[in-house]
Design a protein around this ligand. Structure first.
Ligand SMILES: C[S@@+](CC[C@H](N)C(=O)[O-])C[C@H]1O[C@@H](n2cnc3c(N)ncnc32)[C@H](O)[C@@H]1O
Length: 361
């Protein structure tokens, strides 16, 4: 049966399933969900198989919060023989379609990690065979389709495809980032990934560049501040806790030991507001919205902590609060949320106004 396979963080399958079902229904596309619990896999089985292609074209993956990657199935689970696996895969594909890239994938679990070595080995002869049959073009552009091979073991695989223009560039939607040894906390990777994910590379020279001013609310010990400093920004770091000495020594950081909800920038020259305060998500959402509406910052990147239960609904409610606030003031805006790979019990949100801030003095 034709399904859309979605990859999410293991443990968040329910949220990912609820989300695809709801957002597909907005597009009048219906189906039912099955989950591979704690394997980070969700199957959205389509009532009408032809809807699959419509959905992966029409619904931007960027609009899905909990899905990191997705593809539309070409086959059910195939049993592979011990020998001639490559041939079995090539045969299953037929020769009707061409793909720009091949993605060898597994579940995001320990078993999956063990299997990825096998996948890397198999990828070499498989690519060769697919190229020979002109099934794989490896054009490396964004316009073609990518072939996905999702392995559950050396004997079981599902084949499918995604559109290069509407899928993650990373295998399983996971960017592999290197932890910078000078960063004072591991959460530094969250902001690094957020910039990579939300801000197009072509804009880095203007939106993530040296000389910009930034405010980091809930900054201690400084993992996020580190990412701003390393890009040459001047940072007001707000937290009662201590900041890493190494960051203070750069001369780019001013530490304010105070409540992040009370901090107001002295001048309207702040470009970035980033916020990782462990606080009620509704409170954070309102604070971020107010900063933007008052023109205290141009762009905001922040985390919303997820509750234990009703996580999808809570995020949707938090985002709705922001949307309602923006709508009330009639502003144009960009607002995206994602459960990023380096996030755990939180999602990352990026927001900016595309029209002048209505409450700026
Ligand atoms: C998850 S940690 C931040 C880690 C930091 N982003 C990093 O990368 O090193 C959360 C921080 O929020 C701070 N915090 C919580 N509530 C706050 C508030 N109302 N005002 C300022 N800081 C707050 C805590 O003191 C804590 O240091």
């Amino acid at each position: 049966m034709t399904a859309i396979v979605l990859y999410c963080r293991p443990g968040f399958e329910k949220e990912c399933g609820a989300e695809i079902q709801e957002k597909a229904a907005w597009n009048e596309i219906y189906g039912y969900i099955t989950l591979n619990k704690n394997q980070g896999l969700v199957f959205f089985h389509l009532h009408n198989p032809e809807d699959g292609e419509v959905l992966i074209e029409r619904l931007p993956l960027k609009r899905l919060i909990f899905a990191r990657q997705w593809f539309l199935t070409l086959t059910d689970k195939i049993e592979l023989p011990d020998y001639n696996r490559v041939e079995a895969i090539v045969d299953a594909l037929g020769g009707d379609w061409q793909y720009a890239d091949l993605r060898m994938e597994t579940t995001d679990t320990n078993d999956g990690k063990a299997l990825s070595k096998f996948c890397r080995k198999l990828a070499v002869p498989l690519r060769q065979a697919l190229r020979k049959k002109k099934i794989l073009t490896e054009q490396g552009d964004d316009f073609g389709a990518n072939l996905h091979a999702l392995f559950f073991s050396g004997q079981e695989v599902i084949l499918g495809y995604s559109l290069g223009s509407n899928s993650s560039k990373h295998v399983m939607g996971i960017p592999r980032l290197k932890f910078p040894s000078q960063a004072p906390s591991r959460s530094t990777l969250k902001l690094d990934e957020a910039f990579l994910y939300f801000i197009p590379k072509k804009d880095w020279d203007s939106r993530l560049t040296s000389g910009l001013n930034a405010v980091d609310l809930g900054s201690a010990p400084g993992g996020w501040t580190y990412q701003l400093v390393r890009r040459g920004m001047m940072v007001s770091a707000v937290d009662n806790g201590p900041m890493a000495e190494s960051l203070m020594e750069t001369g780019q950081v001013k530490h304010y030991q105070m409540d992040g909800f009370k901090f107001v920038p002295a001048k309207q020259n702040v470009y970035w507001l980033v916020c990782d305060m462990i606080e009620k998500p509704q409170r954070v959402a309102k604070l971020m919205m107010n900063w933007l509406l008052h023109g205290y910052c141009k762009e905001a990147m922040f985390n919303l902590k997820l509750p234990m239960k009703g996580r999808y609904q809570q995020v949707m409610d938090d985002l709705q609060t922001i949307k309602d606030g923006f709508a009330e003031h009639n502003v144009k805006y960009e607002l995206y949320a994602k459960h990023l790979y380096y996030d755990r019990e939180e999602v990352t949100v990026h927001a900016r106004l595309l029209s002048p801030p209505p409450l700026a003095k």
